[in-house]
Design a protein around this ligand. Structure first.
Ligand SMILES: N[C@@H](CCC(=O)N[C@@H](CS)C(=O)NCC(=O)O)C(=O)O
Length: 140
């Protein structure tokens, strides 16, 4: 099959392989640093935490484990003591297709927010997701 590829295809293939080879160790370093400098979760009264858990029950975060923007959001979750379902779009599941189909694009992190009336909002941009998550604990 490789015999059918022209020079341009070979260069593209090589470029993609090189980018993947560079990204992998960077991703692992991000995960290691995140593990070492993991933020602390707050200690709350049981009823206060239960109130917050109810609010986050209808949220899910579409993400990639070593994406730096996703790490930033996960750190906020930990710092704020938020339990939110993580949906890894690189796994063997439908999350990636779901994100593209319903959210509109393949970009992570993206917070899926299901409102009480069943309406769904797809919140992209890590800064916006962080602000939204912080507002949940402020309002509690
Ligand atoms: N400005 C965005 C950047 C997010 C971003 O670039 N995410 C990358 C992963 S690190 C992505 O989803 N790229 C598209 C792709 O992988 O297909 C944010 O802060 O959330």
């Amino acid at each position: 099959m490789l015999a059918f590829l022209n020079l341009f295809d070979y260069q593209e293939l090589l470029f993609i392989m090189l980018m993947k080879a560079i990204r992998w160790p960077i991703g692992q370093l991000i995960l290691l640093l995140n593990f070492i400098f993991s933020p602390r979760s707050p200690k709350r009264a049981v009823d206060e935490q239960a109130k917050i858990d109810t609010k986050t029950q209808t949220l899910s975060l579409y993400q990639l484990p070593s994406c730096p923007f996703c790490v930033k959001v996960r750190r906020t979750m930990k710092r704020e003591g938020l339990k939110i379902e993580l949906r890894n779009i690189s796994g063997k599941n439908d999350f990636q297709q779901e994100l593209i189909r319903e959210g509109g694009k393949r970009k992570v992190p993206c917070l899926r927010i299901e409102q009480a009336d069943g309406q769904v909002q797809w919140l992209y941009e890590s800064n916006d997701v962080v602000s939204h998550l912080q507002s949940l604990t402020k309002a509690a």
